[in-house]
Design a protein. Structure first.
Length: 253
């Protein structure tokens, strides 16, 4: 009996998990963001909403631990506290929203939010300007709402980082730090809400090797090709995924 059969996972499901996680880990290692924006829409094609967000959060938590040397002590500390605090508040509200969604509603909201966030992101260019604690706190709350509802905390924080941190190393490190904290917060909230089932952990053992490989390739790519060239590719890919999942929810439910 092979691993896929032992875990009661179909071959096509196992392949989709491996491909989506590997690609998302590569993009995240190269840019500091994009992991949840890629894997959650992909997972929503074949997993229940609660299983999709829990699996994404577990993977993000492990990925942050796996790559801690890439972000530890490299990010600006001043905005981190207010933003993480805001994330806790927003995530609690977002989890309540998640519990009320059907599969089709989840897919539609995921698709729309990813497309809008990607379109807005495409209009911003990195710059360096100070941000106040209230702005950091508000950004954290907005991110937490998306984190709790969809396990996609990225868009508000990405816009914040693009608007305030121009150094690619610091911006990448800040995003990695925050998304690791967000995954920890969301898993605690999901557990309290009773949304955790065995299914994500069955798929975890298929996803881990793909995540490790994608992370290694992405780190190598960042060290060699760091710069802004990745942004059009990531934004375009997220828009395509968001549109596809929205169309599925509307016309192929």
């Amino acid at each position: 009996m092979n691993l896929v059969q032992l875990l009661q996972v179909s071959w096509d499901q196992g392949l989709l998990v491996a491909l989506s996680v590997g690609l998302a880990a590569l993009i995240r290692a190269f840019t500091g963001f994009g992991f949840a924006m890629l894997v959650v829409p992909a997972f929503s094609f074949f997993l229940l909403p609660r299983d999709a967000v829990v699996l994404s959060a577990v993977l993000a938590l492990l990925l942050g631990l796996l790559s801690y040397r890439s972000w530890w002590r490299l990010f600006p500390a001043a905005p981190a506290g207010p933003m993480v605090t805001g994330s806790v508040i927003g995530t609690a509200v977002g989890v309540w929203f998640l519990a009320s969604l059907s599969v089709n509603e989840f897919q539609l909201w995921i698709g729309i939010s990813v497309v809008i966030a990607s379109a807005v992101l495409s209009r911003f260019n990195p710059s360096e300007r100070p941000a106040s604690a209230p702005v950091s706190l508000t950004t954290g709350v907005a991110s937490g709402l998306m984190n709790g509802a969809f396990a996609i905390p990225g868009p508000p924080v990405i816009l914040y980082v693009v608007a305030t941190i121009s150094d690619p190393v610091k911006s990448r490190a800040f995003l990695m730090m925050f998304f690791w904290c967000s995954s920890l917060v969301s898993l605690v909230m999901f557990g309290v809400a009773g949304l955790i089932t065995p299914k994500p952990f069955q798929l975890l053992w298929i996803a881990l090797p793909a995540m490790w490989l994608g992370n290694r390739i992405g780190n190598w790519a960042f060290a060699r090709f760091a710069g802004a060239a990745y942004r059009p590719f990531v934004v375009g890919l997220c828009i395509v995924i968001g549109l596809s999942i929205s169309l599925k929810a509307l016309f192929w439910s």
